[in-house]
Design a protein around this ligand. Structure first.
Ligand code: GLU
Length: 486
């Protein structure tokens, strides 16, 4: 990124408090940290890796107490997508102060919700049944890769159903919506996500890509016709591009999903029999189900999954690399389906209470996207409610939305009523000024008339009027305050 000299000088001078042309590296890193850009960020690492001393040796400014000069700063600031400059210039998705507010709020929620032990872990396979229910991690990632995390945010878990929005995105990218929606619908299903009765919606398609039948129907389209190993590589690479790091693979979960996967294999077979699964060959259905189990067994953590969510929040551009992974249309379609069907059978209630697109998985993860702030929040906590959503996860989403007024349908008209109140406040202030002006003029007349004005005549009458006006003005002032509060 090329930045003007004046921009570089201006941002350098915010760090160079002694005005001696040098800044401590720790000062730079701590200012970046305030903006949510961490020293571990691959972009920061890459920018710092290029810093050389006058002899051309690499300086490890992340571990050595060193000072850098303006020339070195200019190199760091403009490196790659210029994240260092943009952080210092206040040009990131979320302003540093606001980002700090999210971070402190999440930190407080984390402390508060540790005591919430409601719900129970999924028990249909050993790896989930044996998960430590106390685990709890929260991560935030913005479109510009500003991150904050707390607790077990780097603890791996199988992504499970939270893979579904991304598999849908991959199918959309490869084939476009017309082809994809020949195989899967866009409506709420009303049934459970894992309903093993094949219930086809309008057009004899599974209702949407968030239920198992629909997820398998979309996954069947990804790299269709290629070997499962190649298809799996495509999926894993897409996840790597979104997260800036490769996902792991939870082999035990995969084997257990496969061993207990008759329901999903059955669904795939029924869909194939009804010509609603793009899979050929006698083992086409079983292979599709197997591909689905593999994708559900990808291992992520809250931090990495938040980066995948931020890719959606950023219209398909990955936060750490700036690489376009999905088109804006694809990202929009994925968020739409998450908005109406991402939270199992509580999707409607979640939409009412939270109003933002989210997806959960039975390992206890919830990924919520806040499009208006271009950020994603991921919570990992294995205890689930009756609908299969992480109890603490849903709670964090609700609290965040309430605390920061992020619900898109709540408080509508508030801006307008504030504007109306402000306008009527201005009118009231005008009336007050007018009353005061008239009162002032009346007393000036009184003063000028002096003893000439007799009680009961015009002067006193004017004074009475003035008192009435003042009383009215005071009443108006109170009303004005009430209007403002409304
Ligand atoms: N592998 C799980 C299944 O299909 C996904 C469960 C989920 O996270 O919803 O049953």
């Amino acid at each position: 990124m090329d930045v003007s000299e004046s921009g570089l000088l201006r941002t350098f001078s915010t760090l160079d408090k002694d005005d001696n042309g040098r800044v401590w590296a720790w000062e730079l890193l701590s200012t970046l940290g305030q903006a949510g850009i961490q020293p571990t960020d691959p972009r920061v690492r890459a920018a710092l890796a290029d810093v050389r001393d006058p002899e051309g040796r690499q300086i490890r400014i992340d571990i050595q107490p060193v000072e850098i000069d303006f020339r070195q700063y200019a190199g760091i600031a403009q490196h790659g997508d210029g994240v260092v400059y943009r952080a210092l210039a206040g040009e990131l998705a979320v302003a540093p102060d606001e980002f700090q507010e999210y971070a402190s709020s999440v930190e407080a929620m984390y402390g508060d919700l540790l005591a919430n032990r409601d719900g129970k872990v999924a028990d249909y396979i050993p790896t989930l049944r044996d998960a430590d229910p106390e685990r709890f991690g929260i991560a935030i990632c913005t479109a510009d890769g500003q991150t904050f995390s707390i607790g077990d945010a780097d603890l791996g878990f199988s992504v499970q159903s939270t893979s579904k929005p991304f598999s849908y995105a991959m199918a959309l990218e490869q084939l476009g919506p017309t082809e994809v929606h020949q195989w899967v619908g866009q409506e709420q299903s009303g049934g459970t996500f894992n309903d093993y009765r094949l219930s086809l919606g309008e057009g004899r398609r599974p209702h949407n890509p968030m239920i198992n039948a629909g997820a398998m129907a979309t996954l069947a389209l990804v790299d269709h016709g290629q070997e499962t190993s190649d298809r799996f590589r495509t999926v894993r690479e897409t996840w790597t591009r979104m997260m800036g790091q490769a996902p792991g693979f939870d082999q035990e979960t995969y084997l257990a999903e496969k061993a207990t996967g008759d329901g999903n294999r059955g669904l795939a077979s029924l869909m194939k029999a009804a010509d609603m699964l793009k899979a050929s060959g006698e083992d086409g259905a079983a292979k599709t189900a197997d591909f689905y189990f593999q994708v559900c067994s990808l291992e992520v953590d809250a931090q990495r999954l938040a980066a995948a969510g931020a890719t959606l929040a950023n219209g398909g551009i990955a936060p750490y690399s700036g690489e376009r992974v999905f088109s804006p249309e694809t990202a929009g379609r994925v968020l739409s389906v998450m908005g109406h069907s991402g939270m199992y059978n509580d999707s409607g209630k979640f939409s009412d209470q939270v109003g933002l697109p989210a997806k959960s998985g039975v390992s206890g993860n919830v990924m919520m996207v806040v499009p208006s702030k271009r950020l994603a929040v991921v919570v990992f906590s294995p205890r689930l409610d009756a609908a299969g959503n992480s109890v603490r996860g849903v709670e964090v989403c609700k609290r965040l939305v309430n605390e920061f007024g992020l619900h898109p349908y709540r408080g509508l008209g508030a801006e307008r009523s504030r504007a109306v109140a402000a306008r009527s406040g201005q009118q009231l202030a005008g009336a007050l000024n007018e009353a005061d002006r008239r009162a002032e003029a009346a007393s000036a007349v009184d003063r000028a008339l002096g003893g000439l004005s007799r009680p009961g005549t015009g002067g006193a009458g004017t004074a009475q009027t003035t008192d009435t006006e003042r009383a009215g003005a005071a009443a108006t002032r109170r009303t004005g305050q009430q209007t403002q509060q409304l």
